[in-house]
Design a protein around this ligand. Sequence first.
Ligand SMILES: Cc1ncc(C[n+]2csc(CCOP(=O)(O)OP(=O)(O)O)c2C)c(N)n1
Ligand code: SF4
Length: 293
Amino acid sequence: MPEAKAFTNTNKPTWCPGCGNHGMFLALQRALAELGWEKREFAMFWGIGCHGNGADFYDVQGFHALHGRSLPPASAYALTRPDQHVVVEMGDGDGYGLGLGHFVHACRRNVALTVIAHNNQIYGLTTGQASPTSDHLMPTVSTPQGVLEEPVNPIGIALAEGATFIARGFAGDIAHLTSLYIEALTHDGFALVDVFQPCVTWNKINTFAWFRERVYKLEESDWDATDRVKAFDLSLTAFHELTCAPDTCKMPIGVYFRETGKPTYGQSTPASAEPGWRRALHPRDVSGIMAKL
Ligand SMILES: Cc1ncc(C[n+]2csc(CCOP(=O)(O)OP(=O)(O)O)c2C)c(N)n1
Ligand code: SF4
């Protein structure tokens, strides 16, 4: 079984000290190691943003896509390589802003992807502009008087569009996040883990301490994760509100919803039953190119 550090290279992560991305990085390495996955068994895709810089620090096969565009190539890859797992990392600006249409369609298609959203409620890489999940009235460098819109509700959208595994994690609880990743990675279908990932540089409101006072674990209550409607209802009550006090404002983390047995897009497409390269009409010999690499 590979060790957690086998999935990373020698590049030192450039994320700010204390950034939530560090915890997410560690949790995913641990989950992959615990599952015993070999590098050839999966591929990773990233969008553009601080989260996407992870592409430089993992030592795995994968693709660093354009801003908001990680899901289309990841979906194509998943459908042509049914023999592999596909993991997508996206930012809240990246995946729920520019990439929101792709997100909706991937959910409703039930493409077999594990999607990890680094939800820091801000544009980190481009220095603190409001993102689609920034809280209503939150002041940012692009909205000094506060954000006017209501935030996007990724859990609610995924539920409404038929996603079959939907969870929320917190970058400040690495053990819990690792267990959520393991469940998502082994789910047969579209799996979303939306992670509260504090951006310590640009979001001074939704900090680690702010979340620690408010998060609770669904599995420690009598939560029934098979009820889509109840989960949707919960997603509506679990928005962040800047003014809500810790004793009244509780934010569930854990598995909101899971459905098993629904065919994935690939399973419904006979052509996707085996890897695309095995079906190529005119296979090319690429051994010469590979040898040079
Ligand atoms: C089409 C396009 N629009 C805008 C940008 C500029 N841009 C790069 S990263 C980014 C925001 C990143 O925010 P988020 O996705 O939340 O990721 P984070 O940096 O917080 O991890 C933007 C707007 C871009 N690269 N491409
Ligand atoms: S700007 Fe924010 S999201 Fe980006 S590395 Fe720094 S703390 Fe992390």
